[in-house]
Design a protein around this ligand. Structure first.
Ligand SMILES: Cc1cc2nc3c(=O)[nH]c(=O)nc-3n(C[C@H](O)[C@H](O)[C@H](O)COP(=O)(O)OP(=O)(O)OC[C@H]3O[C@@H](n4cnc5c(N)ncnc54)[C@H](O)[C@@H]3O)c2cc1C
Length: 407
């Protein structure tokens, strides 16, 4: 592919750069000198900044125009990420909503759902969370056990628990994967729902991380009643809808290296603070390898994006971008921590958040083992892993598991 901007893309870049020049002083300072510290102020400032970016066409730009986007192609979103990095402004607050859940609603939701929810999501008036993972359903997401039972009046009653739910503590809505039919194999009996997070019977409990923050939560559902029209993409069709979200999740994380600032030059600048480290052949080689891997996956990503210009949903090969990006950012974090010493983990240090957050990113969006399995089976055409649950009704799985562990 040709990586030079076409005349149209160069014009688009100029336009984005000019917008950022004009508005960068309105961006919140989240790190370093003058950074906001009060969590409520940070949240309010990030909401306001996302709203500003949406108004300028820099948030959700790939969304269709009728839902508030600009209808641009994926390459233009790369241009936006590059220019935002260049202007050193933070990204949007609701990456999960705008990057993953919005596109899922656009692909599978009803027109009413799109018109009601997409605008407030894009402008951060309503932040969203992804209610998929459970204590017994992470990598094996199809094992979801949270139940949704339809009532006589058509409404649905939810019971169960989710975990690792990012941003649930301030979300207005969640996209929830729940079991609606136990008489069929596990992939076939799930449904996707829109859930208002202030519904009676929902309890959100924060999980404290090593970085000190509590960005994830456990979410409990006790006899939560939601409206009949909360279903997204059809009853018992939740797996297909969820796959759309997961593909956008891998795309968001895998191609996020630009937006997250995972690039060799930035890592080299950190190492350059220590002249002895700069002269150390081990450090130089490690840095060189990290930079080369990140650069190669960036270009692979552009090639895939270029293929995607036709509007297709990202395929399983994007898992490779996620694995490579995260693994190399983790390596870079380890290297920087070795070179800078304990000060790298000081809260005020620009690297402390990345170093403590990245190990979690290895699991988020699919673990390396699972992504490699998927790439092996669906991209390389290798034999599938043996599956004992194939064709077995969800209600019979527990007995089957007991039998297997007893023998
Ligand atoms: C930072 C972060 C944010 C997250 N945000 C959200 C969110 O907003 N919403 C949400 O729904 N979820 C979220 N998650 C959950 C995430 O999707 C899960 O962590 C992920 O799917 C892995 O599931 P698990 O943690 O239950 O690990 P498990 O599935 O229990 O896996 C444990 C280990 O076993 C390995 N393993 C499992 N099965 C296999 C297999 N078949 N072959 C080989 N190895 C295997 C895994 O690779 C892993 O190393 C988040 C997680 C993190 C860390």
């Amino acid at each position: 592919m040709d990586l030079n901007d076409t005349p149209e893309q160069a014009q688009y870049r100029t336009q984005i750069r000019a917008w950022l020049e004009e508005h960068r002083s309105e961006a919140p300072i989240l790190q370093g000198e003058g950074a906001l510290t009060d969590p409520d102020e940070i949240l309010a400032a990030r909401r306001a900044w996302q709203r500003k970016l949406a108004e300028g066409g820099l948030a959700g730009a790939v969304w269709p125009k009728e839902y508030g986007g600009r209808g641009v192609g994926p390459l233009e979103t790369v241009i936006i990420s590059q220019e935002m990095r260049r202007a050193r402004v933070p990204g949007i607050l609701d990456v999960i909503g705008v990057g993953m859940l919005g596109p899922t609603i656009i692909a599978h939701g009803t027109e009413e759902q799109k018109l009601r929810h997409l605008g407030p999501m894009l402008h951060a008036d309503e932040v969203w969370c992804q209610l998929f993972s459970e204590p017994g359903a992470g990598s094996d997401l199809a094992a979801v056990a949270t139940r949704a039972e339809q009532q006589e009046d058509g409404s649905w009653k939810l019971n169960g628990q989710k975990v690792w739910t990012t941003n649930a503590q301030f979300s207005a809505f969640g996209l929830l994967l729940a079991r609606t039919n136990t008489a069929v194999p596990k992939h076939k009996g799930m449904t996707m729902f829109l859930v208002p997070m202030d519904a009676a019977g929902i309890t959100v409990r924060g999980l404290r991380q090593i970085s000190g923050e509590a960005e994830f939560n456990e979410v409990f559902f006790d006899d939560v009643v939601i409206a009949a029209d909360s279903v997204v993409g059809g009853v018992d069709n939740g797996w297909g809808v969820g796959l759309t979200t997961l593909m956008f999740e891998r795309l968001t994380i895998g191609l996020g290296s630009e937006a997250f600032g995972y690039d060799g030059a930035r890592f080299a600048r950190a190492i350059a603070q220590d002249p002895a480290a700069c002269a150390d052949p081990h450090v130089r080689r490690e840095l060189g390898e990290i930079a080369a891997e990140l650069e190669s996956i960036r270009w692979t990503g552009y090639r895939l994006i270029s293929d995607l210009q036709g509007g297709q949903i990202p395929g399983p090969e994007f898992g490779l971008a996620k694995v490579t990006t995260v693994n190399n950012a983790v390596r870079a974090g380890d290297l920087i921590a070795d070179v800078l010493g304990p000060e790298a983990l000081d809260e005020s240090n620009e690297w402390s958040y990345m170093i403590s957050f990245l190990p979690g990113l290895k699991s988020a969006g699919g673990t390396e083992e699972i992504l490699r399995n998927t790439i092996g089976e669906r991209v390389l055409g290798l034999p599938a892993e043996p599956r004992l649950d194939k064709g077995v009704a969800f209600s019979e799985l527990r007995a089957l598991e007991k039998e297997a562990s007893a023998s």
